[in-house]
Design a protein around this ligand. Structure first.
Ligand SMILES: [Zn+2]
Ligand SMILES: [Zn+2]
Length: 270
C-alpha cells in the first residue's frame, strides 16, 4: 500500500512591511532608483503530531536605524503575540523556529519564543557572523542573535537536507545567502515551499520573464522559472539564478517572504 504523507496547514502572518526599498534589490537591475513597498510574512505550520512551528520571526523593531542604513524602512503591523493570538496560539506554544535565513527582517524576534528550538543551516550562522553581506548582518544585530540564542540545547544547526517530520523537509539553498533554507511542507494544495528571499517577486522573476519567452511559449506549463531574473540582493548571482529554478521546478505552492502574490492567490491559510 502506498504510504500517504500527512497534510499540514500553513497560516500566513503578515507582521510587517518593508517600505522605500529599491526595486533593483528585488529583481536584479530592475527599475533601479524606483522605490517599492512589500509585505513581510512569517508562516505558522500546524498539524497533527507536530508542535506549532514558526517560519522566521520578522523585523527587529528595536534597531530601526539598521533598516535605514540599508536605505529602507521597516513598519511593524502587529506583534507576534497579536498575530498568533488571532489564530488561537500563544508565544509559549511555539516549539520550533525555522529560519529561511538570518537577514535582519527574518530573525528579529527569536527572544519572544523561549520554548522554541531554533533550526537553521550551520553555514548561514557562519555567514552571518562573518559579516560578508555587511550591514545586512550588522554587528549589533548578530551580537543580539547569538547572545539570546546561546542557551544550551536551543539551537539545532543542520549541515544537510533533512526531514524533521513526515512531509516536512528542510533543504539548504545557497541562492539568496550562503545558508538560505527552503522549508518544504506537504499541504492540501500540494508541496508548499517557504523559500525566504530566494524569490522576492514570483510574477516579475518567473511569469513576466521575457528573456526566454520563446522557450517558455513552447513549454507545456508556461509557468516556468528559468532563473534569468535573479533577486537583486544576493551573495552570488549564479547561485541566485539556480535557487529560483530549484524552487519553481518543485513547488506547487511558492511562498516567498515578501511577495503579495501569496495572499492574492491563497489568502491567509494554505
Ligand atoms: Zn534576505
Ligand atoms: Zn527579507
Amino acid at each position: 500500500m502506498e504510504k500517504k504523507e500527512p497534510v499540514y496547514k500553513i497560516n500566513v502572518l503578515h507582521v510587517a512591511n518593508v517600505i522605500n526599498s529599491d526595486q533593483s534589490n528585488h529583481v536584479l537591475k530592475y527599475h533601479q532608483g524606483e522605490k517599492c513597498n512589500s509585505p513581510t510574512y512569517s508562516y505558522l505550520i500546524t498539524g497533527e503530531n507536530i508542535p506549532p512551528m514558526l517560519v522566521d520571526t520578522g523585523i527587529m523593531e528595536r534597531f530601526p536605524q539598521i533598516m535605514r542604513r540599508l536605505g529602507m524602512d521597516g513598519v511593524i503591523l502587529k506583534t507576534y503575540e497579536e498575530a498568533l493570538g488571532e489564530l488561537g496560539y500563544k508565544l509559549e506554544d511555539i516549539k520550533v523556529i525555522l529560519h529561511t535565513h538570518l537577514h535582519i527582517d527574518h530573525a528579529g524576534n527569536d527572544d519572544l519564543f523561549p520554548n522554541a528550538k531554533i533550526i537553521m543551516p550551520r553555514k548561514e550562522l557562519m555567514f552571518a557572523v562573518a559579516g560578508i553581506m555587511d550591514e545586512q548582518y550588522p554587528a549589533e544585530y548578530i551580537t543580539y542573535l547569538v547572545e539570546q540564542s546561546h542557551v544550551p540545547g536551543r539551537m539545532r544547526l543542520i549541515d544537510c537536507d533533512i526531514n524533521i517530520a513526515p512531509g516536512i523537509r528542510l533543504e539548504i539553498n545557497e541562492a539568496h545567502t550562503w545558508g538560505s533554507m527552503n522549508i518544504c511542507v506537504n499541504t492540501r494544495k500540494g508541496l508548499a515551499i517557504m523559500c525566504g528571499d530566494v524569490i522576492y517577486d514570483e510574477t516579475l522573476q518567473c511569469h513576466e520573464n521575457d528573456v526566454f519567452l520563446d522557450v517558455a511559449e513552447q513549454c507545456k506549463n508556461p509557468i516556468q522559472g528559468f532563473g534569468d531574473r535573479p533577486t537583486g540582493n544576493n551573495w552570488n548571482n549564479w547561485a541566485a539564478k539556480m535557487g529560483v529554478v530549484d524552487v519553481m521546478s518543485k513547488a506547487d505552492v511558492v511562498l516567498p517572504s515578501h511577495d503579495p502574490r501569496v495572499v492574492q492567490l491563497y489568502g491567509y491559510e494554505i
